[in-house]
Write a new protein. Structure first.
Length: 81
């Protein structure tokens, strides 16, 4: 789940919990809203953890002038206009 998807779930759950006064027989809309908010919060925390883990796992390789190979490209524009 992406971070944006988690935020959408949190917003949808908040709307269902506090803004909707619709009743369905056998279903509590407020409880569904709380469940969606908790699921969105869990997805948000997991997404942030995963993003932080990827940033830490990326190695930083120092650039060494002796081992770096540079390629220069020359172009001639002799074609008539």
């Amino acid at each position: 789940m992406t971070i944006a998807g988690s935020i959408v779930l949190i917003m949808l759950g908040a709307v269902l919990t506090w803004a909707v006064e619709f009743t369905v027989a056998g279903v509590d809309i407020q409880v569904i809203g709380v469940i969606l908010m908790l699921g969105g919060l869990a997805g948000l925390l997991f997404g942030l953890y995963r993003m932080n883990a990827v940033r830490r796992a990326t190695p930083v390789v120092p650039v060494d002038e002796a081992t770096t190979r540079r390629v220069y490209e020359e172009r001639r524009y002799d074609d008539p206009i």
